[in-house]
Design a protein around this ligand. Structure first.
Ligand code: NOJ
Ligand code: NOJ
Length: 452
């Protein structure tokens, strides 16, 4: 067994010699991958035989069957598509219409937190973790971005926006106001409790709605503003002084036990709220950076593949250390493409923030900076030499995660959900739509055209 493993390692080392990518190599790959990912997303949108506006999580129908639409995946993908000029308005319109229909579809949950729907738009009836209350909040964010894109571009169908999109948006927002403090399953569909990620995306949806209705709608927004404020108070409590990082969940009622409390979802959340630019658990904030360091250090020692990665590649990142979901079944968890891409995106978003407000190196975030460069505690303002130097090194570190993706994806630009923790080969659902959207989001962050 051991001998077999060692032979395998030797084989992999031989066929996968450590590549020394130059910056030009990387840029060239990114331009190519941007196109492939955009096309792959479109292959997964409304595939043959599905209802219009159906966004498949993956085209994989067997081992695993991901040929459903998850409210979460679809909304996160729609959000990225909305930020791209190449996306057609028809695709977004179909997405919106499909989602509106699901709101009045009969579901097991009997609520807007129903997680997934079939290819014909009917709801999935099997046993599943319900409700998943991040979904309506993610959808609300996507709907507002779509509406804004249309109104800012003088799109003709404003009546449709006011009579269809907005009422559905209001349903989601009112649902968030009603349920935010109740137990819900997390974004990984495994744990019933109160989740940092879910509350963060709810807060963003509500704050965005205040701006949205002030600008376009003349609706009363006091409830939304107040709820966002209450959620923020609740979120503060997820910071653990004892651990020195953000804990993913509180009040676990049921599901997978996770001792560390570490979870990349806290960083996905930071990326998703960056556009608010309010410093609240934002990518460049000290508590988020502390969590980045804790997660990276944990995966670095946990995954065997990270012990053989050359200096040139970034750490392979998974969902959370205790993960045992292998993409089909339960055995051992692996690194995920979307989690690895999220690190690149977070670093670039942090850089954007530091350029605006400077950076304070302190006891909370020092571990993060130790992984980047030697730097003394203190405040470094925008334009200062130290900050400029720090930014350069952070960019290099950010790009190393992209190199990791390049190295482990298939040669044809395909990206599944996961890649193996021992040997790096792809695992789990093939061409996960969310993996490709996460890549585009990271690549856009690198070129400072941030997805909102
Ligand atoms: C499918 C879920 O989507 C995934 O997150 C979970 O880990 C597995 N089921 C195993 O429970
Ligand atoms: C499993 C993941 O845990 C969940 O977040 C996702 O929504 C589904 N797979 C579908 O991609």
């Amino acid at each position: 067994m051991l001998a077999g493993y060692l032979t395998l390692l030797l084989f992999i080392t031989l066929v996968h010699p450590t590549v020394q990518d130059t910056n030009a190599d990387l840029d060239q790959w990114i331009s190519k991958q941007d196109i492939i990912s955009f096309q792959t997303i479109h292959q997964n949108v409304n595939p043959h035989g599905t209802k219009r506006g159906f966004f498949a999580a993956s085209l994989s129908t067997y081992h695993p069957n991901y040929f459903y639409t998850w409210t979460r995946d679809a909304a996160l993908v729609a959000r990225v598509l909305t930020g791209l000029d190449e996306t057609s308005d028809d695709t977004l319109m179909d997405y919106v219409q499909f989602q509106i229909d699901t709101q009045s579809t009969e579901t097991q949950c009997g609520c807007l937190g129903e997680p997934k729907f079939n290819t014909d738009g009917s709801s999935y009836q099997g046993t599943w973790g319900r409700p998943q209350n991040d979904g309506p909040a993610e959808r609300a964010v996507a709907f507002m971005l779509i509406a804004k894109r249309w109104m800012d571009n003088g799109y003709q169908e404003t009546a449709w926006i006011y009579h269809h999109l907005v009422p559905s948006l209001v349903k989601d927002l009112d649902y968030v106001v009603k349920v935010w403090y109740q137990d819900s399953f997390d974004l990984w569909e495994e744990v019933l409790g109160t989740h940092f990620y879910t509350l963060m995306i709810m807060r963003r949806a509500l704050l965005d709605s205040v701006d949205f209705f002030n600008a376009y709608g003349k609706r009363p927004v006091d409830q939304y503003r107040l709820t966002a404020h209450l959620i923020a108070k609740r979120l503060e409590g997820f910071w653990s002084v004892e651990h020195g990082y953000i804990m993913a969940t509180q009040g676990v009622r049921n599901g997978v036990q996770k001792l560390s409390g570490l979870d990349v979802s806290t960083l996905l959340a930071a990326n998703l709220v960056a556009s608010r630019k309010d410093g609240f658990f934002s990518p460049g904030s000290d508590k988020t950076l502390a969590t980045v360091a804790a997660l990276e250090n944990s995966f670095k020692s946990l995954y065997p593949i990270n012990h053989q990665q050359g200096q040139n590649l970034g750490t392979c990142i998974g969902r959370y250390p205790e993960d045992i979901y292998d993409g089909y079944d339960t055995s051992v968890g692996n690194p995920w493409f979307l989690a690895t891409a999220a690190f690149t995106e977070l670093y670039y978003l942090a850089i954007e923030e530091w350029k605006r407000v400077g950076v304070e190196v302190n006891d909370i975030n020092q571990l993060f900076f130790q992984n980047i460069m030697q730097i003394e505690h203190g405040y470094y303002g925008p334009q200062s030499n130290v900050l400029n130097h720090l930014i350069k090194d952070t960019q290099l570190a950010a790009d190393r995660f992209l190199k990791t993706i390049k190295y482990h994806q298939a040669n044809n630009g395909s990206m599944s959900e996961q890649y193996d923790r021992y040997i790096g080969f792809m695992a789990g659902a093939r061409d996960l739509t969310w993996s490709h959207a996460a890549f585009i989001s990271a690549s856009r962050a690198k070129s400072e055209r941030f997805i909102q």
